[in-house]
Design a protein around this ligand. Structure first.
Ligand SMILES: [Zn+2]
Length: 418
């Protein structure tokens, strides 16, 4: 299964690299008025460099997966922690196992993340981070991760121990409660640790946006501008929060690149996602998916072949006086192995997502202006150096957003010079 997974991913990436380089010498006809050859070639190079780096990451993550499972890494770590803690700590040993595992994986990812920011993004002029800011972010996210992750992991392990054979159902309830809580506290408490959020100052834009929101029957606590330019030149806008913490966030990079009419059109697209209940559908889908996953894990964690087949010797009932459970081991093995299988569902998820994007575009065309949205899309493609000539099969597997030309054609807008 892992080989099939790697094979498909490798094949798709090389298809995409070939598609992009095949079209590198000429701007697609429909964009010939809008995008210069130089911009087009920069996008092609950026796409190819990222894909090649992705292949390296793919190989590394496969090696790490094999290292943890069949080569015995997880088994070894478990044994080390068992003898370090002794028999008297039925919760601490599994908790330490989760923590050390996460720490090691984090350390392995670190050089890749550094290279991506300071070599790839830097080379194409996107990176705005200093080494100091990067280190500061790393420190902050580690502290936040420990402050949130450790109590959550302890709660899950405790539930697994205390609630008997239906632990997976209880864990699911706790996990969903936690997810909803995060949706409420993330925008107001966690995101401000990393970025500054200021109320939108531009009065005329505010007026425009407020009118649009009234027209669409949408109430929000506020419009904020985020200092995205501190880290990257990539532009974005998003909705966040839930209930009373709902807010609209514009990256300062977006406001500096788009006209007020284009910002309005982009926001109308985002409102379209709300009107069509895409966010709610996504949350419900995630809840159902987690429930199925946890039920499966509930069953697998009682099967000794599940552990042995993945290179781990389950803790025997008598070992360590019968106090150490296999729950942490089961959680980790499951988290390692499940993505190998769920990858094959990605074309379905991507297709659903692209359908939602078309719906949001149609909503934006009705509530704002299709031509403005089309202009904004072209600008964002240009500024983000996204390729205009993807491989169709790669799109089917990975693209959460339809290619620019399809979106613009579907809206019935023109690709006008911007
Ligand atoms: Zn969208």
């Amino acid at each position: 299964m892992l080989l099939a997974n790697l094979g498909v991913k490798f094949w798709l990436a090389t298809r995409q690299i070939r598609a992009v380089s095949r079209h590198r010498s000429a701007v697609p006809q429909e964009f010939s008025e809008t995008i210069s050859l130089q911009t087009h070639q920069r996008a092609a190079d950026y796409t190819a460099v990222k894909l090649r780096f992705g292949l390296l990451e793919l190989a590394l993550s496969a090696a790490v997966l094999l290292g943890w499972t069949l080569l015995g890494g997880l088994d070894w770590l478990n044994e080390v922690l068992l003898s370090a803690f002794g028999p008297g700590y039925p919760l601490l040993q599994p908790l330490a196992l989760l923590a050390v595992f996460t720490l090691i994986n984090g350390l392995i990812d670190l050089p890749m993340s550094w290279y991506q920011t300071f070599v790839i993004e830097e080379r194409f002029g996107f990176n705005k981070m200093t080494q100091k800011l990067w280190l500061g972010d790393l420190l902050k996210s580690t502290v936040v991760g420990i402050a949130i992750g450790l109590p959550l992991a302890a709660l899950v392990l405790w539930l697994m121990n205390a609630t008997g054979s239906l632990w997976w159902l209880w864990t699911w309830v706790a996990w969903m409660g936690f997810s909803l809580l995060m949706m409420v506290v993330y925008p107001t408490l966690i995101a401000p640790i990393f970025n500054k959020f200021q109320p939108l100052q531009d009065e005329s834009l505010k007026e425009r946006v407020t009118q649009l929101m009234n027209r669409c029957g949408f109430a929000s606590k506020g419009l904020f501008v985020m200092d995205g330019s501190r880290r990257s030149a990539h532009a974005n806008a998003y909705f966040t929060g839930f209930g009373a913490s709902k807010r609209v966030v514009f990256f300062d990079t977006l406001l500096s690149q788009l006209t007020p009419a284009e910002v309005e059109a982009v926001l109308a697209h985002e409102l379209g996602h709300f009107k069509h209940k895409h966010i709610l559908k996504r949350i419900v889908g995630m809840f159902a998916f987690s429930l199925a996953g946890l039920a499966l894990l509930g069953w697998l964690s009682n099967q000794s072949w599940f552990f042995a087949g993945l290179g781990v010797m389950p803790n025997l009932p008598l070992q360590m006086g019968g106090t150490v459970s296999n729950h942490a081991l089961a959680l980790l093995l499951f988290a390692l192995v499940v993505p190998v299988f769920t990858f094959f569902l990605s074309p379905l998820m991507a297709q659903l997502s692209r359908k939602h994007e078309f719906e949001a575009d149609a909503y934006a065309a009705a509530q704002a202006n299709a031509q403005d949205l089309s202009n904004a899309l072209v600008k964002l493609y240009k500024d983000n150096a996204s390729t205009l000539t993807p491989d169709p099969l790669y799109v089917r597997f990975y693209y959460s957003h339809p290619p620019a030309s399809e979106r613009i054609a579907r809206m019935g807008a023109a690709i006008a010079p911007v």
